[in-house]
Design a protein around this ligand. Structure first.
Ligand SMILES: NC(=O)c1ccc[n+]([C@@H]2O[C@H](COP(=O)([O-])OP(=O)(O)OC[C@H]3O[C@@H](n4cnc5c(N)ncnc54)[C@H](OP(=O)(O)O)[C@@H]3O)[C@@H](O)[C@H]2O)c1
Length: 157
């Protein structure tokens, strides 16, 4: 079996803000399009609140939700913790995207090979943050301006 590439995907401000009252604090259709392009055909691992905020399984992707409380739901796989989610994802996926929120990112940071970060310009109010991380461990592979955000691909040094 070939090894899966493990990738964190996140949109955040310079203050590491990712969420507000269960939702994303900004509305940037181009950023959502980029998320769709990057993740289509692959596997997503996300937390229960993130799944609730999306409200449905996303098309063309396998969705694995980490939760001890979510009842069986059509169109998704549910795993009780990150190791179980990873085992399931690795059984089929070439690329595994960690799609938030906080606990998923925290557990994914030591495991991930790459990070796709959309750095959102400006300041927003909110309550959920990406975990602090050691920037020196990550090397910029590519960088692209998109007006309201800057998209950067990092790989682990
Ligand atoms: N800007 C972005 O790119 C982005 C991406 C994703 C989410 N968000 C935002 O972030 C917020 C949601 O994130 P959140 O941190 O509040 O919640 P979350 O991680 O989506 O969900 C939390 C729940 O998921 C389960 N869980 C998550 N990580 C786990 C882990 N490592 N091990 C075991 N269980 C785990 C637990 O469910 P049980 O209690 O059922 O066990 C936990 O209560 C929303 O505002 C959302 O819009 C933003």
């Amino acid at each position: 079996m070939t090894k899966s590439t493990k990738i964190i995907i996140v949109a955040m401000t310079e203050q590491l803000l990712i969420g507000s009252a269960g939702h994303i604090p900004w509305q940037i259709p181009e950023e959502l399009r980029l998320f769709r392009e990057l993740t289509s055909g692959h596997t997503l691992i996300m937390g229960r609140h993130t799944f609730a905020s999306i409200g449905r399984p996303l098309p063309d992707r396998r969705t694995i939700v980490v939760s001890r409380h979510l009842p069986a739901t059509p169109g998704i796989d549910i795993c009780a913790d990150m190791p179980a989610a990873l085992r399931l994802a690795e059984s089929s996926a070439d690329k595994i995207f960690f799609a938030g929120g906080f606990g998923i990112y925290r557990d994914a940071l030591p495991l991930a090979d790459q990070m796709h970060i959309s750095w959102i310009k400006g300041a927003y109010a909110g309550d959920t943050y990406f975990p602090t991380f050691e920037a020196a461990q990550w090397q910029v592979v590519s960088e692209e301006g998109h007006g309201l955000f800057r998209h950067v691909l990092y790989c682990r040094r």
